[in-house]
Design a protein. Structure first.
Length: 166
């Protein structure tokens, strides 16, 4: 099992992209499957942003202060995704704005994941040792067990509050 933090996060990106592509392929009126796919997206994104916010970003910020601006920008991009995820979790697939909101979520998250993979992860890999990345990965696997799966869970809401008061 890979415990390198970057490998783990990229694997999660891959799974998230699969859900995005499936949603894009679903027919306009395929409400049941679109609803299920958005549920899956919500769970995947809630877990993923939690792991990055709570484990990866704080550690990188500590160890590589030169990447601080990128970390802060990433927190904000997660926050935009959190807001859309929270709104979607209260909507029905038949609602007029459901597909539009999901499309905007997909566009935002794609942009963010591309930036992480093309710009940010390579700098993190360069700056941190293999050992640190493996410890971070192991920690993520541990935290994943108790990570929130729905945006309404308290530990997920904490992110939203942090985004405003920190
Ligand atoms: Fe991220
Ligand atoms: Fe990510």
């Amino acid at each position: 099992m890979p415990t390198d933090a970057i490998v783990l996060l990229k694997d999660e990106h891959k799974e998230i992209r699969k859900t995005f592509r499936a949603f894009e392929k679903a027919g306009d009126r395929a409400y049941a499957s679109k609803g299920k796919l958005v549920d899956r997206m919500i769970e995947q994104l809630t877990v993923h942003t939690y792991l990055e916010n709570e484990v990866m970003y704080p550690r990188v910020r500590d160890l590589l202060p030169e990447l601080e601006d990128d970390v802060l920008e990433s927190y904000e991009e997660h926050h935009v995704a959190d807001v859309l995820v929270l709104e979607l979790s209260a909507m029905k697939p038949e609602d007029e704005r459901f597909t539009a909101k999901t499309t905007v979520l997909i566009e935002n998250v794609e942009h963010h994941m591309d930036e992480e993979e093309k710009e940010w992860f390579p700098q993190v890999r360069e700056g941190l040792s293999r050992k640190v990345l493996q410890d971070l990965g192991a920690r993520m696997l541990e935290v994943r067990e108790r990570a929130p799966r729905r945006p309404s869970q308290l530990s997920a809401l904490k992110k939203t509050i942090d985004a405003v008061i920190k």
